[in-house]
Design a protein around this ligand. Structure first.
Ligand SMILES: [Zn+2]
Length: 464
C-alpha cells in the first residue's frame, strides 16, 4: 500500500489531498484547493484526473476550502462515488463551495474582460455552481468515534480535532495481506481550551501519522488575555457612541465573536448594543452552527440549551440584503457590524470602511490575519490613508487586533497531540506547513520523543 500527496506538502499549507492505494481500494483524503500565489494555480487543474482512476471513496477532515475546494473537479471528471464527512462538514462544505464557485465566476468575468481588450483567449472557471450541486447526492454522513468501512479493507474512525465546527482527525485502519496498519491524519488541529469549540481528542496509537504543522514554530497569545483587551476597546467605542467595524471570516470567527459577546453581556462586562451580521455567508454559517450545538464545548452547550445564547444576543440582527447593509451608512452609533471579507479585499466591509474609517470614533477590530498588500494590512501598519473602490479614504479610526481566534493549535498543543501517540513509535510525516514552522516542529518532536519526522514533497508517493 502507498499514499500519494497531492497538496499541502513541500512547504505548502494549502491544497490538502492524499490518495491511499491498497490492493483492494483507492481512497482520497481531502481534496483541497491551492490558494494564494499565482504560480500554484496550475496545481488546481492537474492532479485530480489522474488520481481519479478507480477512486472508491473520498473522506473529508473539514470544510475549509483548502481541504475541499477541488471536490467539484471530481464530479466534473466523472466521479460518482461516496464522499464521507461529518454532518456539519457536509453543510459547511456545500456553503463554502457555492461561495467559491460564485467568486470564481466573478474573477473569470473580470479576467476575460481584460483578456478581450488585449485580444487574448478567454479562461474558464475551475467549476461552476452546477458542479457543486452535483456533489450533494454523493455525501455520506459519518458518526463520531465509530469505525466505518468506506471502501473494501479501509476502515475509518473520526474524532474531534477542535478546529472548526465538524472538523475531525481520521484514524484509517487498512488490512492487506493479513496485516493491519493504522494511519492517522491529523486534519487541521485546533487549540486546547478555546471557547465554543470542543478540544481536539488525540489518538493513542498509530503506525503512520500525517500531521499538520501550520504553527509548529510558535504559540499564540491566549484568547483569554487578548479578549479582555478587545472588550475594553469595544466598551470605550460603544460608550462614545462610535461604530465598531469587524472585517470577518464567515465561518468560525463570526460565531466565536458572537459567543464571546454573549458571554460579556451575560457577565455584564459589556452592556448590550446593536450588532449586525452583514454577510449572507456568515448568516448561513451561523445557522449551521446553531443546528449543530451538540458539537459545542460544555459551557457553550449549556448556554445554548438554557436559551441564554439567543437571549443575550437579542440585540444582534442578520442583514442578508445589500440594501440593509447600505442603510448602515447613515445609522448613528453605537453599533458593531461584522462583514466580509476578512482581509478587506472585497465584500460589504468596503462600504463600511469608506463610510466610517475617517471618523475618529470608529474602531476597526481585526480578528484574523491580514495578508501582505491587503487594505487590512495597510491600515494595521498605520497607513494615514488607503485606496478603497477607487476612492482615497483617510484613516482616523483606531484599530485593535484580537489574537488567538485562528482555530489552529500552536506549538505546545501540536506537541501534546503527537505526544499521546509517541509510545507507539509511529512513522511521522509533517505536512501543511511552511519550511520554518515545519522544521521547528520536526526538531522538537525529535528532541522530546526521539522520533525523526519525514518531510514529504508534493506528488511524492510514500510506500507503507
Ligand atoms: Zn482548516
Amino acid at each position: 500500500m502507498n499514499i500519494t500527496l497531492l497538496g499541502a506538502s513541500g512547504g505548502e499549507v494549502t491544497g490538502s489531498c492524499y490518495v491511499l492505494r491498497t490492493k483492494r481500494a483507492n481512497v482520497m483524503i481531502d481534496c483541497g484547493l491551492f490558494q494564494g500565489a499565482h504560480k500554484l494555480e496550475n496545481h488546481n487543474r492537474l492532479p485530480s484526473k489522474g488520481a481519479l482512476t478507480k477512486l472508491d471513496a473520498v473522506v473529508l477532515t473539514h470544510a475549509h476550502l483548502d481541504h475541499t475546494g477541488r471536490l467539484p473537479l471530481l464530479t466534473r471528471f466523472g466521479y460518482r462515488g461516496p464522499i464521507y464527512a461529518t454532518p456539519a462538514t457536509i453543510s459547511l462544505t456545500d456553503l463554502i463551495l457555492r461561495d467559491s464557485a460564485h467568486l470564481q465566476s466573478e474573477d473569470v468575468k473580470r479576467e476575460n474582460r481584460r483578456r478581450a481588450e488585449k485580444g487574448r483567449p478567454p479562461v474558464e472557471a475551475l467549476y461552476t455552481t452546477r458542479q457543486v450541486e452535483q456533489l450533494r447526492p454523493l455525501f455520506k454522513k459519518m458518526k463520531y468515534d465509530q469505525a466505518q468501512e468506506v471502501a473494501p479493507g479501509v476502515i475509518v474512525r473520526v474524532i474531534e480535532s477542535g478546529h472548526i465546527l465538524g472538523a475531525v482527525s481520521l484514524e484509517v485502519t487498512v488490512e492487506e495481506n493479513g496485516t493491519k496498519k493504522v494511519i492517522v491524519f491529523s486534519g487541521d488541529l485546533g487549540p486546547r481550551g478555546a471557547p465554543l469549540h470542543r478540544d481536539p481528542i488525540p489518538f493513542k496509537h498509530a503506525d503512520v501519522v500525517f500531521m499538520e504543522s501550520t504553527y509548529g514554530d510558535r504559540d499564540h497569545r491566549s484568547l483569554a488575555e487578548t479578549a479582555i483587551e478587545a472588550r475594553e476597546a469595544i466598551r470605550k467605542t460603544v460608550e462614545a457612541k462610535g461604530r465598531v467595524l469587524v472585517p470577518t471570516f464567515a465561518i468560525g470567527r463570526t460565531q466565536l465573536l458572537l459567543y464571546l459577546l454573549a458571554g460579556a453581556f451575560k457577565r455584564k462586562t459589556l452592556t448590550p448594543f446593536p450588532i449586525f451580521i452583514d454577510s449572507p455567508m456568515a448568516i448561513e454559517a451561523t445557522t449551521i452552527y446553531r443546528t449543530h450545538r451538540e458539537l459545542f464545548d460544555e459551557e457553550a452547550l449549556a448556554m445554548a440549551k438554557a436559551g441564554e445564547l439567543m437571549n443575550q444576543l437579542r440585540t444582534a440582527k442578520m442583514l442578508p440584503k445589500a440594501s440593509d447593509s447600505r442603510a448602515l451608512a447613515t445609522r448613528p452609533g453605537p453599533f458593531l457590524v461584522m462583514a466580509g471579507a476578512g482581509m478587506c479585499t472585497g465584500g460589504r466591509i468596503l462600504h463600511h470602511l469608506v463610510n466610517h474609517l475617517s471618523d475618529p470614533t470608529t474602531l476597526l477590530l481585526m480578528v484574523g490575519y491580514q495578508s501582505r498588500g491587503s487594505v487590512g494590512r495597510q491600515i494595521v501598519e498605520g497607513a494615514r490613508s488607503v485606496r478603497i473602490m477607487g476612492k482615497t479614504v483617510a484613516v482616523r479610526a483606531s484599530t485593535h487586533t484580537v489574537g488567538g481566534l485562528s482555530g489552529h493549535a500552536g506549538q505546545k498543543d501540536l506537541l501534546a497531540w503527537i505526544g499521546s501517540m509517541a509510545s507507539s513509535k509511529p512513522r511521522v510525516l509533517l505536512t501543511h506547513g511552511e519550511d520554518g514552522p515545519r522544521g521547528a516542529l520536526r526538531g522538537l518532536i525529535q528532541k522530546r520523543y526521539g522520533i525523526t519526522s519525514e518531510i514529504p514533497d508534493y506528488q511524492q508517493t510514500i510506500e507503507l
